[in-house]
Design a protein around this ligand. Structure first.
Ligand code: 6GP
Length: 800
């Protein structure tokens, strides 16, 4: 292919002219990017084929990670870095007068996910390939990923996302591997030799066509596969409305998470879920059977992971295929299935726990419903044996109850492993949310603290810091992130700390330039960059942050000479299109920004910036520039958080509650290198239960709070209209569900500790370095090693 810069240039130029049909000077950036992508994908092909061959012949146990979301972001840089040819390509293109950075910016993010759960899946793919583990992803090729956010006059507007507009260079369409997925119709049964068999008739068939993406490991020849399914018409039936069939079919993979507040939307969502798992499970079984003969040992050769409950229909689908298509008896099929599947829960918020109405489910997926019904019958019988007479308990654990299918119950009953994503989260599952299941299946429950790929989130996105680390401790940490701990020996080295400062300033300057460009706001790179970027949700408490900013503003007004250090507060967040309250908070952030940014009393000491269209590639620019990472969810609500880990790894100090993985960050860095505030999870849960919290008391007894809340509704805020009454009411009339006022004082004090710590730059840098040095634990390589060893049982291969 190419092994030198000269060969690369030659191959590239030739391909560019051939594919674009233009002379080099006439080619556009898009042409140049497409050609580069194609060339790199071809470069990857040899290893991709070899990896697949190796898996086929060596008969290694394969892991399949099923997820309704894969939030990949961009791939060009990651692929070049992982292949070890970034510099070769950069210099080769440089000779041709092309800046590789411009190419990187042409790439649209593949935003096939909403947030944490989808990004975790993407990090896991990188770790599995980089650790030479045979782990593949199965997902959906949404035509439109997560909506594009535009801010107009402080309001969020949503535009359809268009990542496929110019085609997608990393994918390979494989129509010959198409699967047929049946919906609707009826089930006919027949008896032969005392065995009943079932046939699905009159179904509407949809074609699932795979698009494969290579997942390139770092510094290895392993290339795994992410297979994304696309829905297409299969065959037109006489007498049916052809256009409607086409529309209904294509709608299945049109959007990520279509609106599910209406029945019609719900059908679509459920269709997506079954579409994903049916195509995947049948492919997995076919591939297994081509490698091994006997289905009864399936679990020894295949592990299937379900990422939250969205793919949980994989369990009854596997039962269906084993029984209806391969003639296995129920008990053997159930034994194999439960030993093959493992399930991760990602949230305890009850509104996110999936339940499907039987009246919607049954007609759409008649055979799957029958199987779930049978699973439920047998499960309840077992429960009855274990807990005779305890109707309430059995009702609380049933898979079908009150006209609904409970997806989490199905996931727990049908898997051999159930894990939470941080210690506290797993404990809450065990002790509260899933306590009945924990009592019945104590051995299934385990904890796997999340991780992030340090290759994308440090090596690739923070070159100044990565090269400083490399100059200090070499590059062994790229393959073994625990070795970041070697940086601890530099905590007393003031020259090193000075360089750490320089790296941070470089990143802050770059972000300041972007802010000027996109928001027209001048921010000072010497101010504290205090950042909260994540989905907009009441429990994540962006409201606490913005109210505190309003309070700082009030302090400036009361005393213009107050000793307030200069701070830049940066937000990035998308609100779900139907989430009215979250959208009000976006408006509030903008309104406070308008009030504060150029106000004479503030004298430039506070700037508030909202960066629109928060996404993976934007996070990669923002995180390296952070001094302070705000992780301020109401304790007990954030399952883990992974942004917290990305910030820590880039040397930001966490300002956070004892929630999710913040607790484990604190364990790693010690109390002195993190700023913790607020109620603990037990306190929150206790006060929720006994109703002892009255937000109104805080309003009456804390003047700062009274003032801020009054400002929400008294016309102090620009363009407030009556928007903020909703927020005011949520905090007072509705008694502040997320304890914003309760935690305010403690939060404000933590901010004061941050401000005074920042004044001593040397000590701040030392704290920052300790955070980086102890972040190795939060690499997804560690997380994946634990999944591999303890859940998938594929120890040995490439594990440290
Ligand atoms: C998120 C959790 O909110 C976050 O705390 C966690 O870090 C992340 O999952 C990865 O485990 N949950 C989701 O994104 C979600 O959609 C159903 O849960």
């Amino acid at each position: 292919m190419f092994s030198s810069q000269e060969e690369f240039k030659e191959a590239y130029l030739k391909k560019l002219e051939m594919t674009s049909g233009k002379a080099f000077p006439d080619t556009t950036l898009q042409d140049r990017y497409d050609t580069l992508g194609q060339l790199i994908r071809e470069y990857i092909s040899m290893n991709w084929i070899q990896t697949n061959e190796q898996y086929r012949y060596q008969k290694q146990k394969q892991v399949y990670y099923l997820s309704i979301e894969f939030l990949l972001g961009r791939l060009l840089r990651q692929n070049l870095m992982n292949l070890g040819i970034y510099e070769l390509v950069e210099e080769g293109l440089g000779d041709l007068g092309i800046d590789l950075k411009d190419m990187e910016d042409v790439e649209q993010d593949a935003a096939l996910g909403n947030g944490g759960l989808g990004r975790l899946a993407a990090c896991f793919l990188d770790s599995m390939a980089s650790m030479d583990l045979p782990g593949h992803g199965y997902g959906i090729r949404y035509k439109h990923g997560l909506f594009e956010q535009k801010i107009v006059n402080g309001y969020q507007m949503e535009l359809p996302e268009q990542w496929l507009r110019h085609g997608y260079v990393w994918e390979v369409r494989k129509p010959d591997l198409m699967m047929q997925i049946p919906f609707w119709g009826r089930i006919e049964s027949s008896e032969k030799d005392g065995v009943t068999s079932f046939r699905h008739v009159d179904a509407e068939i949809v074609a699932a066509v795979p698009y494969d993406l290579p997942v390139v490991g770092y510094g290895t020849t392993t290339v795994n596969t992410l297979r994304l399914w696309n829905a297409e018409p299969y065959a037109y039936k006489a007498g049916r409305d052809m256009m409607k069939y086409k529309r209904d079919t294509e709608a299945i993979t049109e959007f990520l998470y279509p609106d599910d507040t209406q029945d019609e939307g719900k059908v679509l969502r459920l269709k997506q879920q079954y579409f994903l798992v049916s195509a995947s499970i049948r492919t997995i079984l076919e591939s297994y059977l081509s490698r091994h003969g006997d289905l009864t040992n399936l679990h020894e050769h295949v592990a299937i992971h379900i990422n939250d409950t969205h793919p949980v229909l994989a369990i009854p689908e596997m039962m269906r295929v084993l029984i209806d298509e391969y003639g296995m008896d129920w008990d053997s099929a159930w034994g194999v299935t439960t030993k093959t599947f493992a399930y991760t829960n990602h949230t305890t918020l009850s509104e996110a726990l999936e339940r499907w109405l039987v009246r919607i489910f049954q007609p759409l997926l008649p055979r799957i419903y029958m199987i779930i019904d049978e699973i439920n019958e047998r499960f309840c019988r077992d429960l009855w044996d274990a807990y005779p007479g305890e109707w309430g308990r059995i009702e609380g654990m049933a898979i079908i109850a009150h006209g609904e299918v409970k997806m989490a119950h199905l996931a727990i009953a049908g898997s051999h492993s159930v894990n939470g994503v941080a210690k506290i989260h797993t404990n809450i599952l065990k002790e509260r949310e899933m306590n009945l299941f924990y009592q019945y299946f104590p051995g299934k429950f385990n904890s796997k603290t999340n991780g992030i790929t340090h290759r994308r989130w440090l090596l690739n996105s923070n070159p100044p810091l990565a090269s400083l680390i490399q100059s200090a401790i070499g590059d062994a940490w790229i393959k073994d992130p625990s070795r970041l701990s070697e940086l601890e020996s530099f905590t007393a080295d003031s020259a090193f700390l000075e360089n750490l400062h320089k790296a941070k300033q470089l990143n802050k300057k770059r972000l300041a330039d972007r802010i000027l460009q996109t928001n027209g706001i001048v921010v000072d790179p010497d101010s504290i960059f205090d950042i909260q970027i994540k989905r907009l949700h009441a429990y994540k408490r962006q409201l606490l942050n913005i109210l505190h900013i309003l309070h700082l503003f009030n302090r400036c007004q009361e005393n213009p000479d107050a000793d307030i250090p200069s701070r830049t507060f940066i937000f990035g967040a998308k609100a779900s299109p139907g989430y009215y309250y979250a959208k009000k908070i976006i408006k509030l952030i903008h309104s406070v920004a308008d009030l504060v940014n150029d106000h004479p009393a503030v004298k430039g000491r506070i700037k508030v910036v909202f960066l629109e269209n928060y996404r993976v590639s934007l996070a990669e620019e923002i995180i390296p520039a952070a001094d302070v990472s705000q992780q301020i969810s109401t304790a007990s609500k954030e399952a883990s958080g992974t942004g917290n880990m990305k910030f820590m790894m880039n040397g930001a100090l966490t300002l956070g509650t004892l929630d999710g993985a913040n607790i484990e960050i604190q364990e790693q860095v010690g109390d002195e290198n993190i700023f913790i505030f607020g109620l603990r999870a037990e306190e929150v849960m206790k006060q929720q239960q006994d109703g002892s919290y009255y937000s109104m008391e805080y309003y009456h007894h804390d003047e700062r709070i009274k003032k801020m809340l009054d400002q929400l509704i008294d016309g102090s805020l620009p363009d407030a209209g009556d928007h903020f009454e909703t927020i005011y009411d949520s905090l007072l009339a509705e008694n502040d569900e997320f304890f914003v006022l309760r935690d305010f004082d403690s939060y404000a004090k933590a901010h004061e500790r941050v401000a005074s710590a920042y004044r001593d730059q040397e000590s701040w840098l030392r704290m920052s370095l300790i955070n980086i040095a102890r972040s190795g634990y939060f690499s997804s390589d560690r997380t994946i090693a634990e999944y591999a060893r303890e859940i998938w049982r594929i120890g040995g291969v490439g594990l440290r």
